[in-house]
Design a protein around this ligand. Structure first.
Ligand code: AMP
Ligand code: MG
Length: 426
């Protein structure tokens, strides 16, 4: 395990006083290596939603298990298809879930339902709506018009979705709604997943009130705890909520030590800005190996990162929007790495900025924006008018963050920009 100084030394051009977002992300990647959850657990599939798979899940069967019909129609041997139309006598019916027993000879076919197993020797299905059915008292015949079909049409082959012996999911993949359904389709009841990450969280600051306390002048209600708990829940972490901790060395020391004893990760908000007259920073310094950065970003800027005992510490800024943005930029990727996830973040969307954006090169800016589709299909993003780092309302009204990269300058109206959408695109 490398110390913070060792990581910093190995990073070219590392400057804790003017750190680019990319450099900070690279640093954190090394800090959280190796990922924490060496421990895995076996869970019933129903309990495993959102968890990260610890071992490849190999298919014990072919999916589908047998060749089957993709349509309601009539199944026959495709070798009989010639240039002209074809008349076939119907000799039985195959239902889904019940194999049809019997022989189907030349000049014959069976009525077949979607999903029913294709009897031996039959490889082609004509959909019901494309045939002409004629009934006499003893026989039913169908007519397949000329040049309508090719052999093998409308048949799903065994193993077409997934072949026996192949990995359905790889270690590091998350059990999303689609992934968990795929595992279930293989008949697998239990899965080996990484254990959940335990994340302890508290807010700091004497001006911060817990809900239920009486408002007083200069105070604010603690919103950060709620936003962070929401973000942690989205990631599927086990959350240890430690409330608001007063700016008192005894209380802070106790909180940090309790958090380090029971959590893999500690997140705090507030008390890390420059010239902050409080004990949060000194307590982090006293108890752990912690670096204090000024990140070239907006909102955000001050942030503490390090280790407290075995736990990774993120000291986020106090401003509510800065908390969420630094979480998305730094904490979320770190947590995913620690959870054993090998998933890649969703790519940025490219959208035309509706307005001119002022931006100084030399820092990364995350501007709250609303992406919509214009009537001609163009994706447009409108930056919120108030980008103040305390304005949580504009975070609520936005559906993404416009990411103005480190070297980027002003953006003209109509120019394309990158947008990090709040919801993943499926
Ligand atoms: P700080 O980083 O401690 O200087 O805090 C910056 C700003 O964020 C101040 O205006 C605080 O009142 C506000 N703030 C700090 N902590 C919280 C919190 N938990 N909830 C809401 N606002 C906060
Ligand atoms: Mg403060």
């Amino acid at each position: 395990m490398k110390s913070l100084d060792e990581i910093a030394l190995a990073l070219q051009g590392f400057d804790p006083q003017a750190l680019s977002v990319e450099k900070a992300q690279e640093f954190i990647k090394q800090l959280v290596h190796p990922p924490v959850p060496a421990a895995t657990e076996e869970l019933a599939l129903m309990q495993a939603f959102g968890r990260v798979v610890a071992k490849d899940i190999v298919s014990p069967i072919n999916v589908p298990a047998h060749d089957n019909s993709a349509m309601d129609g009539f199944a026959f041997d495709g070798k009989q298809l010639k240039h002209g139309s074809l008349q076939l006598r119907v000799v039985g019916t195959a239902y889904a879930g019940k194999a049809w027993q019997g022989q189907v000879g030349s000049g014959e076919c069976i009525k077949i339902m979607t999903g029913a197993v294709m009897p031996d020797g039959l490889d082609t299905v004509i959909p019901q709506e494309l045939t002409k059915v004629s009934n006499t008292p003893n026989t039913t015949t169908i007519e397949i018009p000329a040049n309508m079909l090719q052999a093998g049409d409308n048949r799903r082959k065994a193993g077409e979705d997934l072949q026996l012996g192949l990995a359905a999911l790889h270690a590091g993949m998350t059990l999303t709604p689609a992934a968990i359904g795929l595992v279930a389709s293989l008949g697998i009841e239990k899965v080996e997943v990484y254990r959940q990450l335990r994340v302890a969280y508290f807010s700091t600051g004497d001006e911060v009130l817990s809900l239920g306390e009486t408002m007083r002048e200069g105070a604010v209600f603690d919103s950060n705890r709620y936003s962070v708990l929401g973000l942690l829940n989205r990631l599927g972490c086990t959350v240890v909520d430690m409330g608001v901790v007063r700016d008192d060395p005894v209380l802070l020391e106790r909180a940090f030590q309790q958090a380090a004893a029971k959590a893999d990760v500690i997140i705090t908000s507030g008390g890390v800005s420059v010239g902050e007259a409080d004990f949060t920073k000194s307590m982090m310094k006293k108890l752990g190996d912690v670096a204090f950065w000024k990140i070239a970003m907006r909102p955000g800027r001050p942030m503490a990162v390090g280790r407290l005992g075995k736990a990774i510490l993120f000291g986020l800024p106090g401003n509510p929007v800065a908390v969420m943005v630094t979480f998305l930029a730094f904490v979320k990727p770190a947590l995913l790495q620690m959870m054993g996830s090998k998933g890649k973040p969703a790519p940025y969307l490219r959208a035309q900025s509706a307005v001119e954006l002022r931006k100084k090169p030399g820092r990364t800016e995350y501007q709250r924006g609303f992406v919509s589709t214009l009537s001609d299909g163009t994706l447009q993003v409108r930056a919120a008018t108030n980008q103040g780092s305390g304005v949580l309302r504009s975070m609520v009204e936005a559906n993404g963050l416009i990411v103005l990269h480190h070297q980027q300058g002003n953006v003209a109206a109509g120019e394309e920009v990158d947008v990090m959408m709040f919801d993943g695109v499926i």
